[in-house]
Design a protein around this ligand. Structure first.
Ligand code: F6P
Length: 502
C-alpha cells in the first residue's frame, strides 16, 4: 500500500523549502549560532534532565548539544514535514523505498517476529526464519563436532572472507562480543585484495580445523573472490580437492557462482535483495559470527535490533532516539556547517565500531542526487571517523580541544569501567566547558563550547550491541528521508569496480 512517502514526488519537497527549515535557519541565525553551551546550562539547572532519553538499554544524553526546547520543536517539525513518519511506515511495510534498485529495504524483517507483521503485505518473510533455522542447525553441528573437517577434526578457526558490509559487520561484532566466543572457537577475517592478510593468517592456521565462510551477496566482488580462490588453492595444496567441500561455506544470493566454486548445496546460506550490504549483519552475513559466539548469542543480537525497531516504529518523533540523532546531525551539518562527526566508543571492544559506521553512514548518505533524480540543494552525509576512547585522547583530541575545526562527537560509553567512564565524561566536559581561568597564556586556553552526545549503557551485551547498530541504521534512514536521497543504493562504488576489473 502506497502512502504519503512513496507516492510523494520528492521534487516538490526540497527540505530547504519546508517551513520548518526556514524557521530553523532564522532560529540558528538569531538565536543559536552564537549560543554557548555553558550559558545554556547556567540558565537552566534542569538541562541535563531535560535533554536525555532512554530507549531499551541505551541512555542518550544530548544536553551538550546547541539546542533549546524551541530548537527541538522545529527539528521535530522538520522531520514531520519531510514525511519521516510515512517513510518509517513505508519501510516496515516493505515498500520499494530503494527506488533506483527497485527494492524494498527490510533489514528490520531479519530480526522481526511473525507477530510484528513486518512487510505483511509484500513478501512472505517466513523464509527469514527458514534461513535462521538452517543457520542454527549448521552452527550447532559445527560447534558440537557433528560437522567436521575433511580429516575428521573439529572446525575451530572460522575465517570470514568478505569486504565492506560482508566484512565490517562480522569483524566489529566478533570483537564487540569477544567474551561470548564459545570454548575453542576463534574468529578471523580476510578482506583486502593484496593477499597479505590471507598469507599472514594461513601461516598460523591448520587447514584441518579451518572453515572459510565466503561472505558475498553478489559472489563476484573482486577482493572476495581473489581471497576465496587463494584460500581454496591453500586447502587443495595442504589437503586435497575433496577437502574444499568440507572447508568452505557461503553466505550469498548467487547460486550459479557458488556452483562454480564448488560449495555444497547444504553449505549455502542465502539472503535477499532487500538486504543491503551495509545492513546485512543480521542475515546469513552474520554466519561467521554465529559460528564463533553460538546461535543463542546471535539471536540475542537480533532481539536487540528488534527492540530498537519497536522503539523507532512506535515512539513519537521528539522521543525517538534514531530521529533525535538524525535531526541533531542535520542541525550541525546543515545549519552549523559541520563537515565531519567523530564516533568515540569508550569501550575497547567497540574499536571497530567507527569503521563499521563509516560504511553504514557514508555509503548511505554520500549522495548528491535526490530520489527524483534532481541535484540536492543542501549538504548531505558528513564524514564519519573515530577511534576507541583513551586511544583517541593520545591521538587527535588535541585538535578537538584547541583546533579550529567544529566536530560534533558521539561518545559511546559502557559504564562497566570506572576509568573509561571518568575519561569519557572528562572529555565531554572539557570539550564543552573549556578552560575558565582568566590569566592563562593563550596557548593553554581551551575555547570550549564544543558539542557532544553521550550514548551510555551498563555493559556491552549482545542485546545492547543489536540496539546500538539498529539505532544508527535508523538514524541514517531518517537523515536520508529529510534530505530526499536514497540511502540504500551505492552507485558511487560501481565505477571503481569497473575500472579495477578493466
Ligand atoms: O562497497 C560496495 C559494496 O557493494 C558494499 O555495499 C558491499 O557491502 C560490498 O561492496 C561487498 O559486496 P558483496 O557482499 O556483494 O561482496
Amino acid at each position: 500500500m502506497a502512502n504519503a512517502y512513496t507516492t510523494r514526488k520528492l521534487s516538490a519537497r526540497y527540505p530547504t523549502d519546508l517551513p520548518a527549515w526556514k524557521k530553523l535557519a532564522d532560529h540558528h541565525k538569531s538565536d543559536m549560532r552564537d549560543s554557548n553551551l555553558n550559558d545554556l546550562f547556567s540558565r537552566d539547572k534542569k538541562r541535563v534532565d531535560k535533554f536525555k532519553l532512554v530507549a531499551g538499554d541505551l541512555n542518550l544524553d544530548y544536553s551538550k548539544i546547541h539546542l533549546k526546547n524551541a530548537t527541538l520543536k522545529l527539528l521535530s517539525q522538520l522531520a514531520k514535514q519531510a514525511d519521516v513518519p510515512a517513510a518509517i511506515e513505508a519501510m516496515f511495510a516493505g515498500q520499494k523505498i530503494n527506488q533506483t534498485e527497485e527494492r524494498a529495504v527490510l533489514h528490520v524483517a531479519l530480526r522481526a517476529k511473525i507477530a510484528d507483521g513486518v512487510a505483511h503485505d509484500t513478501l512472505g518473510i517466513t523464509e527469514v526464519w527458514e534461513v535462521l533455522t538452517k543457520i542454527e542447525s549448521f552452527v550447532d553441528d559445527v560447534q558440537s563436532g557433528t560437522i567436521k573437517g575433511s580429516t575428521g577434526k573439529r572446525l575451530t578457526d572460522i575465517v570470514n572472507i568478505g569486504i565492506g558490509g560482508s566484512d565490517l559487520g562480522p569483524v566489529m561484532a566478533s570483537r564487540a562480543l569477544r567474551p561470548y566466543w564459545k570454548e575453542g572457537m576463534r574468529f578471523h577475517a580476510v578482506s583486502n585484495v593484496d593477499g597479505t592478510q590471507l598469507d599472514d593468517l594461513t601461516a598460523e592456521l591448520d587447514p584441518e580445523t579451518t572453515l572459510f565462510v565466503i561472505c558475498s551477496k553478489t559472489f563476484t566482488t573482486q577482493e572476495t573472490m581473489t581471497n576465496a580462490n587463494a584460500a581454496r588453492a591453500w586447502v587443495i595444496e595442504r589437503l586435497d580437492e575433496l577437502a574444499v567441500q568440507y572447508h568452505f561455506v557461503a553466505a550469498s544470493t548467487n547460486h550459479e557462482a557458488m556452483d562454480a566454486f564448488g560449495i555444497r548445496s547444504d553449505f549455502r546460506f542465502g539472503f535477499w535483495d532487500w538486504v543491503g550490504g551495509r545492513y546485512s549483519l543480521w542475515s546469513a552475513v552474520g554466519l561467521s559470527l554465529a559460528l564463533v559466539v553460538g546461535m543463542d548469542v546471535f539471536r540475542a543480537v537480533l532481539a536487540g535490533g528488534r527492540r530498537m525497531d519497536q522503539h523507532f516504529h512506535r515512539a513519537p518523533l521528539d522521543e525517538n532516539m534514531p530521529v533525535l540523532l538524525a535531526i541533531i546531525g542535520i542541525w550541525y551539518n546543515n545549519f552549523f556547517g559541520a563537515q565531519s562527526q567523530a564516533i568515540l566508543p569508550y569501550t575497547h571492544r567497540l574499536d571497530r565500531f567507527p569503521a563499521y559506521l563509516q560504511q553504514l553512514q557514508m555509503e548511505s548518505s554520500g549522495k548528491s542526487v535526490r530520489m527524483d533524480g534532481k541535484p540536492v540543494r543542501c549538504d548531505t552525509g558528513m564524514i564519519i571517523w573515530g577511534e576507541a576512547g583513551n586511544n583517541a585522547q593520545h591521538s587527535f583530541m588535541q585538535l578537538m580541544h584547541q583546533g579550529t575545526r567544529f566536530v560534533p562527537v558521539d561518545f559511546i560509553l559502557s559504564s562497566a569501567s570506572d576509568l573509561a567512564t571518568a575519561n569519557c565524561r572528562a572529555q565531554a566536559q572539557a570539550l564543552m566547558e573549556g578552560t575558565s581561568e582568566k590569566a592563562l597564556e593563550s596557548y593553554r586556553v581551551h575555547a570550549g563550547n564544543r558539542p557532544s552526545n553521550t550514548i551510555q549503557f551498563e555493559t556491552l551485551t549482545p542485546e545492547v550491541l543489536g540496539q546500538l547498530i539498529a539505532l544508527y541504521e535508523h538514524k541514517v534512514f531518517v537523515e536520508g528521508v529529510i534530505w530526499g536521497i536514497n540511502s540504500f543504493d551505492q552507485w558511487g562504488v560501481e565505477l571503481g569496480k569497473k575500472l579495477a576489473n578493466a
